[in-house]
Design a protein. Structure first.
Length: 443
């Protein structure tokens, strides 16, 4: 008799009925399966795109296939790609949950056993989404990353265009918080380091510079230290051998980009050491067969990541591309190392000073100098112009952001504790800027 209440509880928990399977339920089940397949493809896309190795990405960049070009475009805008995948996957999974709930409540009558109905719905739907919509497709996508990425290129491109307004809203709403947190973390690190370095002897100034360079190293983007496109020396692929040798001798560079039409269409990189055995060849010699494939990186890549890629791929130069696939500039292994150890020169290098110190409060700068280098020279916090520089990366870009048009010679701008006087300008660009520090405390 004592077991009877427990038996009644068990019977009440398991008390449910199965309704007839109708055509409407069959259509609903088909929709659930289709949504699961879509969820699997979208989840697999996340795994495949973000697991591509540098060499696999380079092979996509070297292809002229339409799908491969779309893959490159998506890779070069990782924030939009990730936002598209997450938004689309959440919409699909939400659809699976709603329709699956409708399916189970239509097929089974849980009126007498609501607990069992809740457990079945939660376990069944969660298992379907996690196993078939997440785990299995991601395992497959990682194993066949290139094929999966190529297969999903067009669907993801379409989804990116559909969800673009929502994606931009999400990205912009989080960018401010991200920048503030990143800036705060870096300031704390620099303050801690400065306090420790202030306790050391005066005779280790070079070591202090190196340590500060190491701290900043992980937070520097490629675009902050690259050689800008306007300063890149390249040669046309149609150039004959003798003019090519003359260009190499005049430049003194050991690696030169080779382009077709313009720098937006780079065919590869010519290593001078590869050309040396052929110096005695006739002018018609096919030196173009010596060029090596270019290595592309986005502007937003961290130089700490690029250094690892340079070490892995054993290359010393990369072509920097913007979000539209155009060439922004080039970056070399030497550029990265100089962020730690300072300027590296040898006997063949010419002095390339981008500024002249007139007195303690006045400096004459080349307008093309990167803001990153400008702040290093004047010993300034790199965030000092963050609220006015917009997307500018150079001193000229900073002035254009404030003026919104090309300024005139001797025009004056006041920003923070600085006075900028335009000393030289032509019809297309600012050339020289006189920088006056009004507080008079530049170190």
């Amino acid at each position: 008799m004592d077991d009877e209440p427990y038996q009644q509880v068990i019977i009440s928990v398991l008390d449910f009925t199965v309704n007839p399977f109708t055509l409407n339920l069959g259509i609903t089940l088909t929709v659930i399966v289709i949504l699961l397949v879509i969820s699997a493809f979208i989840s697999g896309s996340e795994a495949s795109y973000f697991s591509l190795s540098p060499s696999e990405i380079s092979s996509f960049r070297g292809s002229h296939n339409r799908r491969n070009k779309i893959v490159v475009k998506l890779i070069d805008m990782p924030e939009r790609l990730l936002a598209t995948i997450l938004v689309a996957n959440n919409f699909v999974n939400l659809g699976i949950i709603i329709i699956s709930t409708y399916f189970t409540t239509s097929l089974f009558d849980y009126t007498q056993s609501e607990v069992l109905g809740f457990i079945i719905e939660v376990l069944a739907i969660t298992t379907l989404i996690v196993v078939f919509g997440e785990i299995l497709p991601k395992i497959y996508a990682i194993r066949y990353a290139m094929k999966f990425a190529e297969f999903m290129a067009i669907p993801l491109d379409v989804l990116e265009k559909i969800f673009r307004p929502l994606n931009l809203l999400l990205i912009n709403s989080t960018s401010f918080i991200h920048k503030r947190l990143a800036s705060r973390r870096m300031n704390i690190s620099m303050n801690d380091l400065s306090e420790a370095l202030d306790l050391t002897r005066e005779g280790i100034t070079e070591e202090k510079k190196i340590l500060k360079g190491i701290v900043r190293f992980g937070n520097i983007d490629v675009k902050e230290i690259m050689t800008s496109r306007v300063d890149v020396l390249g040669v046309s692929i149609k150039t004959r051998l003798k003019p090519l040798i003359g260009t190499i001798v005049d430049s003194g560079f050991s690696r030169i980009p080779v382009y077709h039409q313009d720098l937006d269409h780079i065919n590869g990189i010519l290593y001078v050491k590869d050309l040396l055995p052929h110096l005695g060849k006739p002018d018609s010699f096919n030196w173009q067969s010596l060029i090596r494939p270019p290595y592309y990186v986005p502007e937003t890549k961290k130089i700490s990541e690029l250094l690892k890629e340079f070490q892995t791929t054993k290359i010393h130069m990369a072509v920097v591309v913007d979000e539209y696939g155009g060439t922004s500039g080039i970056i070399t292994l030497e550029d990265i190392l100089e962020e730690i150890v300072g300027e590296i020169t040898d006997e063949s290098d010419e002095d390339q000073l981008h500024f002249v110190k007139i007195d303690e409060d006045n400096y004459l700068f080349e307008a093309k100098i990167l803001l990153h280098d400008f702040c290093k020279i004047l010993n300034l916090d790199e965030e000092i112009f963050s609220n006015v520089k917009g997307e500018a990366e150079t001193l000229a870009g900073l002035i254009l952001e404030m003026k919104n048009e090309l300024p005139k010679k001797n025009e004056i701008f006041n920003v923070k504790d600085f006075q900028f006087t335009i000393k030289s300008v032509d019809e297309r660009r600012i050339k020289q800027v006189l920088v006056t520090f009004k507080s008079g405390n530049i170190e």
